[in-house]
Ligand binder design. Structure first.
Ligand code: FES
Length: 78
């Protein structure tokens, strides 16, 4: 992996998904890998969805993360 790829991966993992609460993608992915399977569960575990927008901004992105993870697992990779 070259330095540009490392930088790209770092930026991706640290991208803020829940802006109101400042929660990055890597925290969502960690919770999903530990077994969280729904938006409600992630919101309860991480506190996302409880900011000023009440999840209006982050819920679609969280649902996409869940769907993406499910799709990856369906193909046998994690
Ligand atoms: S962006 Fe997550 S609660 Fe507003």
């Amino acid at each position: 992996m070259d330095s540009e790829e490392i930088k790209r991966q770092w930026l991706l993992q640290n991208e803020t998904i829940c802006i109101c609460k400042g929660i990055p993608r890597k925290r969502f992915m960690h919770a999903i890998r530990k077994g969280a399977t729904s938006l409600q569960e992630l919101n309860r575990i991480l506190g996302s969805g409880s900011g000023d927008c009440k999840g209006e901004r982050c819920a679609p992105a969280i649902e996409r993360l869940l769907a993406s993870y499910r799709g990856q697992n369906k193909n046998g990779s994690k």
